[in-house]
Design a protein around this ligand. Structure first.
Ligand SMILES: [Zn+2]
Length: 394
C-alpha cells in the first residue's frame, strides 16, 4: 500500500513530467539539420530577381508561379495546391495554399503562413525571408508524416491591408459548415535581419489583442512552446512580444490561436527600394528557418522515424475518419491519375461498394451509409497503383 507521501511524490513527478514534456527530439534535429543555407540564399536571390510584387502586376503572378514550381520540385502535386483568388478594386490577386494531410487529425490544421507580395521594393526581407523559410519547411516535411494536417499559405495583399488573409478567413476558413478546424496559425513576416548587426534573437509573438480575448491564453501557451522550440532546434535567443499588423490578425479576429516570428533587429529598409538581400543577414534567415522547421514539426506532431517508408510506398494516400460512419473521405495523396476506382471489400472478400471517380479532387467524400457495420478493406486503384487499408465502419 502506498503511503500518502509516496502518492504525493508520484503526483509531483507526473506534474514535473508534464511540464517538461516538450523535450529535445533527435529525429526532429536531424530534419532541422537539413535546412540549407544554400537554398535560403538562392531562394532569396530568386525572390529578389522577381521584382516588385505589387497587386495586379506580372511580378506578383510570376512569384506565384515560381512558388508553385518550387513546391512541385519538392515532390508535392498540383492537386495539393489551391489558388484562392479575390478582387481588390480592379485587381485580382491570389493566395496560394499547399495542403499536407495529417495521419491522425486530418481535419485539424496547423497553418504556416507568410505574405509574398511587396510594396515599393522587391521585399526581399519583407517578406521574402518568411517565404524562403516556409519553402524550406515544406521541402523537408514533404515525405514526413505529421499527425495534424498542415496548410502552407503564401498570402498576397498583406501590404494592401491584410486583404488576402482577410479574404481567406472569411471565404475559406468560415466558408464551410462546420468551419475549418485550426490548431494554430504560425505567421512568419520579416525574419531576415539587418546586415552589419549582430542578429542573434528572434521575436516570438503572442496574441494580446482584446477583441476577442478568449483566444489569448492558448496563444500564450503556444508561443511559450515556440520559444522552447527555438532553444531546442536553433542557436537563436528569443524575445517575447505581441502580435500585430500581419496576416495572423484576421485569424485572431476570428478567434483562432495565433503565434508568429518577427526579426528582433528591425530593418530600416522595409517598404522601400532598398529592401534587398545586400541589406539583410541570410545566415540569420537560415537560423530562423531552422527554428521554424523544429516548431512546425512540434506543432503538427511530425513522426520522421516511424512509418516514413509506408507513408511513401502508399503515395501518402489515406482514408478517414477511421472508424468511419456514413461518409469516408479519400485523400489522393501524391497520386496524379485522372481517375481511380474506390472499393470496399468485406472480410469474406466480397465487394460491398464500388465507385469510379473521374478527375478526382484531392479530397473526395463518399457516402457509405448503406454499408453495414464491420471491418473492411478500403481499396483505391488508380491505373494499377493499388493502395489498400483496413477501415472500420461504425
Ligand atoms: Zn510583411
Amino acid at each position: 500500500m502506498k503511503t500518502s507521501s509516496q502518492k504525493f511524490l508520484i503526483i509531483f513527478l507526473l506534474a514535473v513530467q508534464s511540464i517538461s514534456a516538450q523535450t529535445f527530439i533527435q529525429s526532429y534535429a536531424d530534419v532541422v539539420s537539413q535546412v540549407s543555407q544554400t537554398n535560403v540564399t538562392a531562394n532569396l536571390t530568386a525572390f529578389e530577381n522577381l521584382g516588385v510584387k505589387r497587386r495586379g502586376t506580372a511580378p506578383l503572378q510570376n512569384t506565384l508561379n515560381w512558388l508553385k514550381n518550387k513546391y512541385l520540385s519538392y515532390g508535392y502535386t498540383a492537386g495539393q495546391m489551391v489558388e484562392d483568388s479575390y478582387t481588390n478594386g480592379t485587381y485580382t490577386c491570389k493566395n496560394l495554399i499547399l495542403t499536407k494531410i495529417g495521419t491522425v487529425y486530418p481535419n485539424t490544421y496547423v497553418i504556416v503562413c507568410g505574405h509574398y507580395d511587396s510594396i515599393t521594393g522587391t521585399g526581399t526581407n519583407d517578406n521574402g525571408s518568411g517565404v524562403v523559410s516556409i519553402l524550406e519547411i515544406a521541402r523537408l516535411l514533404q515525405n514526413i508524416p505529421t499527425e495534424y494536417s498542415i496548410k502552407f499559405i503564401n498570402f498576397s495583399g498583406e501590404e494592401d491591408g491584410l486583404i488576402g488573409s482577410q479574404h481567406y478567413v472569411s471565404s475559406i476558413v468560415n466558408g464551410t459548415t462546420p468551419k475549418m478546424n485550426i490548431r494554430l496559425v504560425f505567421n512568419l513576416d520579416e525574419v531576415g535581419g539587418v546586415a552589419g548587426m549582430t542578429n542573434n534573437t528572434i521575436t516570438c509573438e503572442k496574441d494580446t489583442n482584446g477583441t476577442p480575448s478568449t483566444n489569448n491564453a492558448v496563444s500564450a501557451t503556444m508561443t511559450d512552446q515556440l520559444i522552447t522550440c527555438v532553444g531546442l532546434y536553433s542557436p537563436l535567443n528569443t524575445f517575447l512580444s505581441y502580435a500585430y499588423s500581419s496576416d495572423y490578425m484576421p485569424f485572431q479576429s476570428n478567434n483562432e490561436i495565433i503565434t508568429g516570428f518577427f526579426e528582433t533587429n528591425e530593418t530600416p529598409h522595409k517598404h522601400t527600394a532598398t529592401d534587398l538581400l545586400a541589406n539583410m543577414d541570410p545566415v540569420y534567415n537560415y537560423k530562423v528557418a531552422k527554428a521554424a522547421t523544429g516548431a512546425v514539426m512540434h506543432f503538427a506532431v511530425a513522426n520522421p522515424a516511424l512509418g516514413r517508408n509506408d507513408f511513401n510506398e502508399d503515395f501518402q494516400v489515406s482514408f478517414f475518419p477511421n472508424p468511419a460512419k456514413d461518409y469516408i473521405t479519400i485523400n489522393l495523396g501524391l497520386l496524379t491519375e485522372a481517375s481511380y476506382q474506390f472499393s470496399l471489400i468485406d472480410t469474406n472478400g466480397k465487394v460491398v461498394s464500388e465507385k469510379v471517380i473521374d478527375h478526382p479532387n484531392q479530397l473526395e467524400k463518399i457516402n457509405i451509409s448503406s454499408v453495414s457495420k464491420g471491418m473492411y478493406l478500403a481499396v483505391l486503384d488508380a491505373n494499377g497503383k493499388k493502395i489498400s487499408k483496413k477501415i472500420i465502419i461504425d
